[in-house]
Write a protein that binds this ligand. Structure first.
Ligand code: ATR
Length: 262
């Protein structure tokens, strides 16, 4: 039996993370196993402690616990501090990191080869928080953050020069190069309420949700936009987490191709 890792969140049942980490472990000959922990909404800290006390080495954290994970850490990396959200816990040291931003940036640059200067980011929760800094570093000149609860978008945008906040119904008519859905709306088969005409051809519409065509992606496709789900980001952020835990960087392309059935 190898070292134990897991994804903790709610829900987690349909996650591809165990399969991705099993592929990485096999390819790099690392002795580890990776499971799933569905923590009760009011039981995140207790579930983390239970796993740690039983010998667990590390956790990936997904919704809705990324901000709580940040608050729980003894030490956080610079990029987690900037995000104020943690998706990777190293339990031996009590430290937290955020690999979402670098995961998205690598998917956009290396897998999708997309260039962008203007970005519309939908959502202001843990998933959105993790990527604003990375989008600006990756070349975005302007990141507009739209959220149902506008105060959360304003608070997030205020932390980054180059970012601004907007209500959905006040979004500018300009064409964005890239529209990223970082809301959890797709999980309940809903879409953020975008003004008509915002999604159009010539842009990339990216949904961080993977494994299904969300209403956001379906609308973008109808509007003639290029579309992509979040599977590439998932694989890239997983590779970075794997590197933090094991000191070995797995190749991502073969795993992504396998998962996409190519
Ligand atoms: P995550 O870690 O995935 O970001 P989260 O912190 O629970 O999860 O945040 C969920 C995000 O999805 C929020 O931005 C939320 O908007 P509010 O802050 O206004 O609640 C957004 N969201 C969830 N369901 C939505 C829906 N049906 N339409 C629009 N936004 C939605």
């Amino acid at each position: 039996m190898g070292d134990r890792y897991a994804l903790i969140g709610n829900p987690v049942a349909h996650s591809q993370s165990p399969r991705i980490h099993a592929e990485f472990a096999r390819a790099t000959s690392q002795p580890l196993e990776y499971g799933l922990i569905e923590a009760p909404l009011d039981g995140f800290a207790a579930a983390v402690e239970h796993f740690r006390a039983a010998g667990g080495k590390g956790l990936n954290v997904t919704l809705p616990f990324k901000q709580e994970a940040f608050a729980l850490c003894r030490h956080v990396s610079e990029r987690a501090r900037v995000a104020q959200a943690v998706n990777t816990l190293v339990l031996e040291t009590g430290s937290g990191d955020n690999t979402d931003g670098v995961g998205l940036a690598r998917d956009l640059a290396q897998n999708l080869k997309v260039e962008f200067t203007t970005v519309l980011l939908l959502g202001a929760g843990g998933a959105a928080q993790g990527v604003v800094g990375a989008l600006l570093e990756a070349g975005a000149e302007r990141v507009v953050i739209a959220n149902r609860t506008v105060s959360k978008a304003s608070a997030l945008a205020a932390r980054f020069p180059g970012a601004s906040a907007c209500a959905y119904d006040a979004l500018p008519g300009e064409a964005f190069d890239l529209v990223i859905n970082a809301t959890s709306a797709g999980l309940s088969d809903q879409a953020p309420p975008l003004p008509p005409g915002l999604l159009r051809s010539g842009m990339l519409a990216y949904d961080m949700v993977y494994g299904r065509e969300t209403p956001f992606l379906a609308a973008a496709k109808r509007a003639g936009a290029r579309t992509c789900d979040g599977l590439g980001m998932l694989v890239e952020q997983a590779a970075e987490s794997f590197f933090l835990w094991r000191g070995v960087r797995p190749q991502t392309r073969p795993v992504l191709e396998k998962l996409r059935g190519a």
